[in-house]
Design a protein around this ligand. Structure first.
Ligand code: NAP
Length: 328
């Protein structure tokens, strides 16, 4: 039986992208076969679609690190045909054919049942980016962040992780300060709930100083580099920064001073290998207390239009969340 898939093929000096018919026999022989209804577009999909060897090494390949749909067949007793499910991370869309296709076949240990309060569409409006924003907030709160701690800074704020972080933080009562490189998006960020918007350039003020005035009750950093460490230097005593991304740079230079003088925490965030039990708890939160309407963030795609979205996300020009519909 054939199904439609977005296929990236390695050419002599480039990678081509086409929507093609694939066979079930093209999928790995894993435990759970899923009819994918929605996927979502993340920065990592852009890297996979352009042959970044840190993400995908074997081509032809179907990217898509996220998928939500309905179980068609399962060799794992935890799932039965008809179950609505979500799969994000692990090897999906990296070495394993991903969610930019009408079918995926994955190990049962990657699959989470759709929590109450979410649907295939709303879960993919969140996708890995929204899930990661929630994981950052969850870890910051577990390390002591509260709504009374002071403003929370979000960097890369018009992107997938950043925009959901701004909306979710303001929805649950935090004062949010957004950092952006897109001066024309101030209104968008204020509508999402940002109290203040700072330019990327201003965020780099004081780059050469060892410490900055204590401002932030918490930080969600999606960009890395000097912006990350300037944010660490501006954390209030005992506060934390959740580091999840590297669009500016994977490297930063800094001193131990904020850590040993201000007792601040640098928290690592990984949504990919996070054990499925912990993923389930965060999805359940997103379906209940942290359930927030993100429809104004949606940038809709079909398999046929996805290539433009991949170019936009790689150019840092995407605003909001790309949602890929696999239906008719
Ligand atoms: N750790 C994890 O498990 C995990 C999960 C998901 C994503 N991530 C990572 O998190 C990062 C963000 O992902 P995303 O899906 O939100 O990507 P995205 O939608 O492309 O957003 C990234 C945003 O960063 C800003 N930006 C772009 N280039 C920049 C530069 N050179 N310097 C500073 N800021 C820049 C832009 O926002 P502004 O114009 O508003 O500044 C851009 O919209 C990526 O590095 C991704 O790989 C990690």
């Amino acid at each position: 039986m054939s199904f439609r898939a977005f296929l990236v093929t390695k050419e002599e000096n480039s990678f081509s992208r086409n929507v093609v018919a694939r066979q079930l026999s093209d999928l790995p022989d894993n435990e759970v076969l899923i009819d994918v209804k929605y996927s979502s577009l993340n920065y990592k999909d852009g890297l996979s679609a352009t042959g970044n060897p840190g993400v995908t090494r074997v081509f032809p390949h179907t990217p898509g690190i996220d998928a939500a749909g309905v179980v068609l067949e399962s060799k794992d007793k935890n799932f039965t045909p008809g179950d609505e499910v979500i799969v994000i991370g692990f090897d999906l869309g990296m070495g394993t054919p991903g969610g930019f296709a009408e079918r995926i076949c994955v190990p049962g240990g990657w699959v989470v049942k759709m929590p109450r309060g979410l649907s295939a569409h709303s879960s993919m409006l969140l996708g890995t980016a929204g899930f990661t924003a929630a994981e950052c907030i969850d870890k910051l709160e577990r390390s002591g962040m509260t709504t009374k701690a002071g403003p929370v800074l979000v960097t890369g704020s018009t992107g997938g992780v950043g925009s959901v972080a701004v909306k979710l933080l303001s929805h649950i009562g935090y004062e949010v300060v957004a950092v952006t490189g897109k001066i024309d998006q101030h209104d968008f960020l204020e509508k999402l709930g940002a109290k203040e918007v700072i330019s990327r350039e201003d965020m780099l003020d004081g780059k050469d100083k060892p410490l900055l005035p204590e401002k932030w009750g918490g930080v969600i950093d999606t960009v890395g580099g000097d912006i990350l460490f300037n944010a660490v230097k501006g954390l209030k005593y005992g506060a934390g920064l959740a580091a999840c991304g590297l669009v500016a740079s994977p490297q930063f230079s800094g001193t131990v001073l904020p850590f040993i003088l201000r007792n601040v925490n640098l928290l690592g965030i990984d949504s990919v290998q996070l054990p499925v039990g912990q993923k389930k708890l965060i999805w359940e939160k997103l379906g209940s207390d942290w359930n927030v309407d993100l429809i104004d963030l949606e940038v809709p795609f079909k398999l046929e239009t996805l290539s433009t979205g991949i170019d936009r996300i790689l150019a840092g020009e995407m605003v909001g969340r790309g949602v890929v519909s696999l239906g008719d």
